[in-house]
Design a protein around this ligand. Structure first.
Ligand SMILES: NC(=O)c1ccc[n+]([C@@H]2O[C@H](COP(=O)([O-])OP(=O)(O)OC[C@H]3O[C@@H](n4cnc5c(N)ncnc54)[C@H](O)[C@@H]3O)[C@@H](O)[C@H]2O)c1
Length: 348
């Protein structure tokens, strides 16, 4: 088969930009085409580090724009997709859900349908590899990046596995669940080679200001109140973003066609722990004249429908594909705080 030409959607966002920085360097013989609308959440600065690499191209535009997506497939002879573009902030899905339906559901449908028609209806290009089991590893593949939030909420015990029934609770998670179902349907109905990954909460460099960890660091450094929802007891399973990127890489290259892989770091922490830990690190790294950053923590009205706990059983991707995270929360949060302290220095 000709060289790999991989469309990465949402590559100017948090996870997409970390993934591209990793993949562009790791696979110099593959071409990476980033399609990103540069919404409020995306920033071309996030891909500055790779913008001059010969195997990287940036296209500004929407996954909902069918004719643009078709032209990208044809022009770059796309033979792989890693789909991350989405509206990703739960709070925004509560105040304005419609764009979540458009981007996350309609956008995913558009990509799937174009990929399917381009790969399956262009026999001169791909039908042969699709029908030859010996060429399995060469299939044009569509990897859909999703979230553990599709499974709903857990009580104090238990873990999400790939068999946990879907029970999304927010418009965001419902839109992601819908997109997962569409991806599944294109596999079962049309034979599209797909992988779905459901990952827990990510943290690390290049995350948008609106998310919890950048918010805690920024507000602390600015001397503002650090808002924590409810009583701070909500639990997430935190994964350093680079570990998510290696999980996507391994699932994309080694995953079994049609399978779902949960990705999580086995690092359950509640919001109180996160805020206090960050304040302790800031007290060491950028000490205040008086007192601790912890004094700025303030409890605010809880998010509507706030899921209590998410936690992932990642044994399938570990056992079947050999993935293992490199960071634990204590090592990852050090790097993260250092990165945001540097970033926010100029804004203070
Ligand atoms: N952040 C997490 O903790 C987490 C965890 C699990 C799964 N995910 C999933 O990973 C993916 C990436 O998440 P993120 O945190 O990097 O999100 P993000 O909000 O930081 O980035 C999303 C990117 O998508 C782009 N985008 C939005 N609408 C678009 C459109 N119509 N066409 C093209 N580009 C568009 C934005 O400009 C932005 O660059 C999402 O699908 C999300 O559901 C995120």
């Amino acid at each position: 088969m000709e060289h790999k030409s991989i469309l990465v959607t949402g590559g100017a966002g948090f996870i997409g930009s970390n993934l591209l920085q990793y993949m562009v360097k790791k696979y110099p013989n593959n071409k990476f085409v980033c399609l990103d609308l540069l919404t409020y959440a995306g920033n071309s600065y996030n891909v500055d580090a790779i913008k001059n690499e010969v195997n990287f191209t940036f296209v500004e535009g929407s996954i909902c724009d069918r004719s643009l997506v078709e032209r990208i497939f044809q022009f770059y002879r796309i033979n792989g997709v890693i789909h991350l573009a989405a509206e990703s902030h739960v709070d925004n899905s509560i105040t304005g859900p419609e764009i979540f339906i458009d981007t996350n559901i309609k956008g995913t449908f558009t990509l799937l349908d174009v990929a399917y028609k381009y790969w399956m209806d262009a026999p001169h290009v791909y039908k042969e590899v699709y029908s030859d089991p010996n060429k399995k590893g060469e299939f044009p593949r569509f990897l859909h990046v999703s979230t553990d939030e599709v499974y709903g909420t857990l009580g104090k015990k238990g873990l999400f596995t790939e068999k946990t029934p879907y029970a999304p609770n927010s418009p965001y998670s419902a839109s992601k669940a819908s997109s997962d179902m569409l991806v599944r349907s294109y596999h079962h109905t049309f034979g599209l080679n797909i992988i779905i990954t459901n990952c827990s909460n990510n943290y690390g460099p290049y995350q948008h200001n609106e998310k919890l960890i950048p918010t805690v660091i920024r507000k602390a450094l600015k001397g503002e109140k650090i808002p924590i929802y409810g009583n701070g007891s909500n639990v997430r399973d935190w994964l350093y973003v680079n570990d998510h990127c290696t999980g996507i890489d391994i699932a994309y290259h080694k995953g079994v066609n049609g399978e779902v892989y949960n990705i999580g770091g086995d690092n359950e922490r509640d919001n109180n722990y996160i805020a206090n830990k960050i304040c302790e690190l800031l007290d060491e790294k950028v000490p205040k004249n008086n007192g601790s950053y912890k004094d700025q923590i303030e409890y605010v009205e809880d998010r509507a429908g706030h899921d209590f706990r998410y936690a992932i059983d990642a044994s399938k991707i570990k056992n079947d594909l050999g993935w293992n995270p490199q960071e634990n929360f204590e090592s990852g949060i050090q790097k993260t705080v250092d990165w945001y302290v540097e970033k926010y220095k100029s804004e203070l």
